[in-house]
Design a protein around this ligand. Sequence first.
Ligand SMILES: [Zn+2]
Ligand SMILES: [Zn+2]
Length: 346
Amino acid sequence: MTTVAAYAAPAAKAPLERTTIERREVGEFDVLIDIKFAGICHSDIHQAREGWGEAIFPMVPGHEIAGIVSEVGSGVTKYKVGDRVGVGCLVDSCRECENCKAGLEQYCTGGNVGTYNAIDKNGEPTYGGYSEKIVVDENFVVRIPDGLSLDVAAPLLCAGITTYSPLRHWNAGPGKKVAILGMGGLGHMGVKIAHALGAEVTVLSQSLRKKEDGLKLGADHYYATSDENTFKELRGTFDLILSTVSAPLNLDQFLSLLKTDGAFVNVGAPEEPVRLNLFSVIGGRKTLAGSGIGGIQETQEMLDFCAEHGFGAEIELIKADQINEAYERVLNSDVRYRFVIDTATI
Ligand SMILES: [Zn+2]
Ligand SMILES: [Zn+2]
């Protein structure tokens, strides 16, 4: 075991504080990663505050991890000391079910292991990226291409793949009209990726406050959903709407913006169940769907895609002692567009 410094929530809703945790010895197929940067995802806050149900404490959140390999197990073939690597939301899965075999580890039916707030195969709780080092099986580690700085790469491990996977699955590309609903951590990545895929991109945001940013990041159009005219003007427009918001929505109203055979895909999740009139999908043969992160291979593909197109996330770099303040700012949508912790300050 190795003792490493970390920031942890000692109990639900308690502020995070500096502490130490134990990392397992580097096993045959493990890599030890010196974490350099860790992104703050909205789901870190949901979990640290038990917004999604009972959680494991103390909790070290963080599933947007970028760092450097500092040791490898004897059986490791994919990585060597000095490699630039990332770890996202998963650190293991059953590896045997139909989904795992298809590279869809995020939908593992045998039980996958979250990067934090989960129980690992050895029976110990997992601790995430707000820490100095992490030990991960090489099969759940991805390579960060040289063209991508580690700080702007970190948020790609959750925000990037969460938007990339559905945009690819629903064929965002040339000739397709894609709307990104919400202009936060996920939304801003959705805009960049959909634009890079060649789609015509519209941002649907509550207000026009971030319009200039949205257009700069690659959006072709930008509308406020607080304006009723938006729904009249854009009726029947989109092939795909990607919703990144976790606030309750009037789904019937948003489904009316789809073309025939269009899809409304949720990657943000409200805490309460939703209501809709099913005629909103019956008329126009529409799809209401969801999507969760992405598999390991697809995460690698996403990183390579972002590097090839020369972009990472838009970030605000913070010190570890600013985490609690950053949480409050995320809750107030006061971040452009992802906080990233410089883990050297832990
Ligand atoms: Zn996340
Ligand atoms: Zn599985």
